[in-house]
Design a protein around this ligand. Structure first.
Ligand code: SF4
Ligand code: SF4
Length: 92
């Protein structure tokens, strides 16, 4: 099990022009703008779990990214977008 970044869509302000996490993510094709939803979106298959996106998003006081556990098979242990996700990011 390892951790990947997940954007909390209800908190992301990409629709207002924020692209901080996208600019800072060191992995190519990992963090991108979902132009349909206008929120930042993590490709969990590319995320290396460095948490840089969390740092820059929190530094800008958006707090819209959290790390979530992923199983060995690559499945999120809890689904993004659930309102219960906050505070339940780590499940072991
Ligand atoms: S830094 Fe945070 S608020 Fe800005 S686009 Fe990324 S997830 Fe959204
Ligand atoms: S944790 Fe690192 S690799 Fe993963 S999305 Fe954030 S900045 Fe990119």
């Amino acid at each position: 099990m390892y951790n990947v970044a997940q954007v909390l869509e209800e908190k992301c302000v990409a629709k207002k022009g924020c692209r901080l996490c996208i600019m800072y993510c060191p992995e190519a094709n990992c963090l991108d703008l979902n132009v349909t939803k206008m929120v930042a979106e993590v490709n969990i298959n590319r995320c290396k779990g460095c948490e840089l996106c969390v740092v820059v998003c929190n530094a800008a006081k958006h707090n819209a990214i959290e790390m979530q556990a992923v199983s060995a098979s690559g499945k999120l242990m809890s689904h993004k977008g659930e309102s219960a996700a906050l505070g339940q990011a780590y499940q072991g």
